[in-house]
Ligand binder design. Structure first.
Ligand code: PEP
Length: 323
């Protein structure tokens, strides 16, 4: 399995294959032949071409995001120049080599959410490493055209990034991104075979009014529930209470678990339990090396979207190794 990761430099394209992955996926590579058990309608497929193997491997790693995973995702926000960003990634990769995660890429993924200017170099740095993916922190809600200063999903994809953070509370608040706009961004991201990391979260006053469950339901319903089950299954959700972001006030493990369980129940009511059970739901809001273990231990918390602590190599490596 680990011999598998293809390199972009070897010429794969993300859209070449789109398999109807389903159920308990497993993949097995022997020599140049791949046997894929999808648990569904493509139970055994054999491919002999090493080139096709590469395509399949890449799509496998991309599509394994459809299954529930442990995920440590960093959101660098508007921090770090190109050279600083490259240095941070290389420090983190070195840190992981010295202190490897207990889980492999089947179970645990690491994502770097970098500024646009860093995406290409970051993607090159992790090319061939099946456990590490690159995310943009935003995209525009139109395909292309006269939108000066904006960045399209296709442009993001051309850098080698495979995920897009959508609906971060800072974008909702400072850039007035509406539910409708976020739905369009999600659609475009999926159309171009990238993975949306969809953020939701309530402000403190909403929680104090006891309206937090209603609001999170509304945010998810309004921007995601137009998707069919297959597309919804490709979305990662990040619950990020606004009062915890960048404040040093982490939600308690109980608060996080309570909301994540509610989110899973909300998804189950719309798409059924198999889909909700496979959805990766991350917690974000002042996660640090000390709080990560207890948060990630909660049944419905699959990992974290980490801001400040993802900018320090040692801290982020500790967070990755908290699973
Ligand atoms: C974030 O930016 O999504 C975030 C959770 O930030 P922090 O970890 O710094 O609170």
């Amino acid at each position: 399995m680990n011999a598998c990761p293809p390199k972009r430099s070897e010429g794969w394209e993300l859209d070449e294959f789109n398999l109807p992955w389903a159920g308990d996926n497993s993949i097995n590579q022997r020599n140049s032949m791949i046997t894929i058990s999808t648990g569904g309608n493509l139970s055994h497929t054999h491919f002999h071409s090493p080139v096709i193997n590469h395509y399949f491997c890449r799509n496998f790693y991309k599509n394994i995001l459809n299954m529930r995973k442990k995920i440590a995702a960093g959101n660098w926000k508007m921090n770090l120049t190109l050279s600083e960003g490259k240095q941070l990634i290389s420090d983190i990769l070195n840190g992981l080599e010295a202190d490897p995660p207990k889980q492999d890429a089947n179970e645990l993924l690491v994502i770097f959410g970098t500024p646009f200017i860093t995406l290409k170099d970051a993607a090159d740095q992790v090319d061939g490493n099946n456990q590490v993916l690159i995310a943009a922190q935003n995209c525009y809600s139109e395909e292309s055209g006269a939108y000066t200063g904006e960045t399209s999903v296709e442009m993001i994809k051309s850098t080698g990034a495979t995920c897009v953070i959508i609906g971060h509370s800072e974008r909702r608040e400072y850039f007035k991104e509406s539910y409708e706009m976020l739905a369009k961004k999600v659609d475009l991201t999926l159309k171009h075979s990238l993975t949306p990391i969809f953020c939701c979260g309530e402000k403190l006053e909403v929680r104090e009014d006891g309206e937090h469950f209603n609001l999170i339901k509304e945010q998810i319903e309004s921007s995601l529930f137009h998707l069919d089950a297959a597309d919804f299954g490709k979305v990662i959700i990040a619950y990020e209470p606004v009062w915890a972001i960048g404040t040093g006030v982490t939600a308690s493990p109980e608060q996080a678990q309570e909301m994540h369980k509610f989110i899973r129940k909300t998804i189950a009511a719309k798409y059924g339990k198999p889909v909700s059970g496979e959805c990766s739901i991350l917690y974000g809001g002042s996660v640090n090396a000390k709080t990560a273990t207890e948060l990630f231990d909660q049944n419905d918390v699959d990992g974290g979207l980490v801001g400040g602590a993802s900018l320090k190599a040692g801290d982020f490596v500790s967070i990755i190794n908290s699973f």
